[in-house]
Structures are given as structure tokens and as C-alpha cells.
Design a binder for this molecule. Structure first.
Ligand SMILES: [Zn+2]
Length: 292
């Protein structure tokens, strides 16, 4: 993929610290370590009572969501929406899968972990390497790791042939066995946000339900995000409807949690499409931050 190696987890870390320092009431820290030992960064902006958690790039070849979220954070920190940070506190985990992202962008292209990933990928010749890689560097799909119907996710994915480490769709040995998912789970428990949004690509769709659970306000806010962005509000397809981050959040808290499928095309969406994708994502996130 062209130009993607200009973007890496190392670059993101610097950007996080700059953004948190720039924003009013900004704070930043590390909420865990990836398989390769990379820091998992969080930062927050604002001091309001309403608490949001916005996460991105849990899937490696959907890494464009990280710079999309960072651009929004920059705008929020620089006061584009005056006064809003007195009303809300927004937590960001912009790069939930740093190793996988570095694999797909080319920032990680040698060494034992890369070789292991290449060996895993060789068992799936129909999936391009590294462009088809969604998982963490160990071959676990981080959005099939959460304790919400994990056994059912396992049953479905095993029946589809995803029975071991793979570029995508492997649920792992147990819920939260991948350090990146476990860290996000623990951070979320610590924050206890009122709402979570997880940015993925692609499809221009907002998924808002887990099973038939409909948390108070979830439909109204989903409709507001859909109206702001032009994205479609849809029920999650059953085969991918378990063990995701938003599924667990909805089940655990009975509060709104969303998966946002940004942009249209084939993953990884090229960074050249950033400017085309951003306006809808910006409108959607602004709707949530301003209160829907
Ligand atoms: Zn995804």
C-alpha cells in the first residue's frame, strides 16, 4: 500500500502527548502493553460530567481510523466547539492494536513476530499479507475477545474454519487472553463511561445493538449520528454479533455502545481517501460529543 509506512504507532504516541497537552484539562497515559511490548496510549480531554470513550484501530487493516480519530481530537482540543469540554470528558484510545497496525503499514517488517505472522498468513493464501491482516500480531481477532457471547462467537468462527491463530476471525484461547483486549476491558471498567464508540472500516454503517438489548437512549443517539453522517443505522449481522467490544459494553452496562464502520471500499482503505472520509466521521463524533 502506498505511503502507509509514513504512519506508525511511534508517530501516534508523539501525537497523543501533543494533543493532550494542547487541550483544556488534558491528560494522558499508558493503559497496557501490546504483545510486542508497545505502549497502549490513552488520553482525555475535558472535565464534564458526561463521560465518553472513543476507540479506534482494534483491527489492524482498519488503522486509518486512528488518524481519523486523532484529527477529531485535535479539533476538539483546539476549541472548535467552545465550552463543550466543560460539559463532557472524552477519553481516547486511538490505536488499540499497535502491533497489527505497524504490520499493515510496513512499520514492522522484520524480526521474530513479523516472521511468525508471515507463517500464520501462509496458511491462508487467499488473504493478502499484510493487507488482509485484522488480528493482533499473534493472530487473535481483538474484537472477538470480549465476555459477551464469546462461546457463541467461538462456535460460529470455528464452524467457519477459524480454529487457530489467523489473520482474522480467530477468537483466541479464552476471552481477554490477548493483552490489547484485556487492557481495553480494564480501562473501560476504570472509566465506566456513559457511552463507547469503536471506529472500524468499512461500510458507512453504525451498529448499535447486542442481541435484543436496547439501552436507554441508544436508538435516539444512533439515529442522530446517522442523520449527522449519512451512515446507516443497522442491527449487527448474527454471525459477527458476539464477543465484540461494544457487545460487552452494552451487556455489562446497559448503556449505548456503537461500532462505526467508516468509509467505503476494501480494507485497508488507502490514506489518500482520508479527506473524503473525514467529514462524515467528524459530523458523527461531533454529534456525540455535543450530546445527542
Ligand atoms: Zn473492524
Amino acid at each position: 500500500m502506498k505511503n502507509s509506512s509514513q504512519w506508525s504507532s511511534r508517530q501516534l504516541a508523539a501525537e497523543v502527548l501533543r494533543t493532550a497537552a494542547q487541550g483544556p484539562y488534558g491528560a494522558a497515559g499508558v493503559y497496557g502493553r501490546s504483545v510486542a511490548g508497545r505502549a497502549l496510549h490513552w488520553f482525555s480531554l475535558g472535565r464534564g460530567r458526561r463521560r465518553l470513550l472513543l476507540t479506534a484501530a482494534l483491527h489492524a487493516n482498519e488503522w486509518i481510523t486512528a488518524p481519523l480519530l486523532m484529527k477529531f481530537a485535535h479539533e476538539l482540543a483546539s476549541g472548535v466547539w467552545p465550552g463543550v469540554l466543560d460539559e463532557v470528558k472524552v477519553w481516547f484510545t486511538p490505536l488499540a492494536n499497535p502491533d497489527g497496525t505497524d504490520l499493515v503499514t510496513g512499520a514492522l517488517s522484520s524480526g521474530p513476530l513479523w516472521e511468525n505472522a508471515k507463517r500464520i498468513a501462509a496458511q491462508y493464501p487467499d488473504i493478502p499479507f499484510p493487507d488482509g491482516w485484522k488480528a493482533n500480531i499473534g493472530g487473535v481477532d481483538l474484537n472477538l475477545q470480549f465476555p459477551a457471547g464469546w462461546e457463541e462467537a467461538k462456535r460460529i468462527k470455528f464452524a467457519q474454519g477459524w480454529t487457530g491463530p489467523a489473520p482474522r476471525d480467530y477468537v483466541g484461547r479464552a476471552p481477554l487472553c490477548a493483552p490489547e483486549s484485556r487492557a481495553l476491558y480494564r480501562l473501560t471498567k476504570r472509566i465506566a463511561p456513559d457511552m463507547v464508540l469503536a471506529l472500524h472500516t468499512q461500510g458507512e454503517v453504525i451498529y448499535w445493538k447486542y442481541l435484543d438489548i436496547e439501552p436507554p437512549g441508544a436508538r435516539v443517539c444512533g439515529e442522530a449520528m446517522a442523520a449527522a453522517s449519512g451512515y446507516a443505522l443497522e442491527d449487527t449481522p448474527y454471525a459477527s454479533g458476539h464477543a465484540g467490544f461494544k457487545d460487552w459494553f452494552i451487556l455489562e452496562y446497559d448503556k449505548p455502545g456503537y461500532t462505526i464502520e467508516c468509509g467505503l471500499g476494501e480494507n485497508p482503505l488507502p490514506i489518500s481517501e482520508f479527506d473524503e472520509i473525514y467529514p462524515a466521521v467528524r459530523a458523527l463524533l461531533a454529534r456525540v460529543v455535543l450530546g445527542c
